[in-house]
Design a protein around this ligand. Sequence first.
Ligand SMILES: Cc1cc2nc3c(=O)[nH]c(=O)nc-3n(C[C@H](O)[C@H](O)[C@H](O)COP(=O)(O)OP(=O)(O)OC[C@H]3O[C@@H](n4cnc5c(N)ncnc54)[C@H](O)[C@@H]3O)c2cc1C
Length: 195
Amino acid sequence: MFAPQAVKELEKKLGTEKILTSKEDLVCYSYDATSYSHLPDVIAIVNNAKEVSEVMKIASKYKVPVIPRGGGTNLCGGTIPVKGGIILDLAKMDKILEIDTENLAAVCQPGVITAELHKAVEKVGLFYPPDPQSMAMSTIGGNVASNAGGPRCFKYGVTRDYLLGLEVVLANGKVIRTGGKTIKNVSGYDLSLMF
Ligand SMILES: Cc1cc2nc3c(=O)[nH]c(=O)nc-3n(C[C@H](O)[C@H](O)[C@H](O)COP(=O)(O)OP(=O)(O)OC[C@H]3O[C@@H](n4cnc5c(N)ncnc54)[C@H](O)[C@@H]3O)c2cc1C
């Protein structure tokens, strides 16, 4: 049973306009590209890592599931809230923060649409190969989480091969960073590949 107090706390931290609970909204977030569906209890729309952290802290306090959602194009039921809980809508975190031509690296928020990253790097003469065929709708965060690949990946490798670092919000709300702009920068476990 979802605690109504958790919704109140979410509204207090993020603002009521970012917390959706109407039946119409819940239905919109109840499915992905599979033929299954299940209603979540609440949607939290986030704009930055701090807000993700606040959502995780509240979810952890009330022990409710959190389901991150990018474009919702996955074909494996990954964004279906089978036990209800909070849908964490990351689609508004859609900024490409930096394209570093010297290090051949881009810094993206998770909601950046894959095809938008393609276009942006191609403008400066670079090439980002991973091309899931959902690239007009899928997000970089979803691509990373599902290690997406497409036809070009037979030659150039999949998303994981291009992942240099991550900003990660842990289940307790703590924010950590892994990796960096270089291919090799750890002497121990490569945490970017473990998330
Ligand atoms: C028409 C079509 C064609 C497709 N073609 C391909 C293809 O060629 N290759 C391929 O690999 N896949 C393909 N897919 C599947 C899908 O598009 C990919 O898996 C894509 O990477 C999902 O991205 P998304 O933003 O839609 O993620 P979502 O569907 O929103 O989420 C996918 C999973 O990642 C998690 N997630 C999403 N964002 C985050 C985040 N920021 N942090 C942590 N977890 C997160 C979700 O909880 C979920 O488990 C296709 C799908 C469709 C509908």
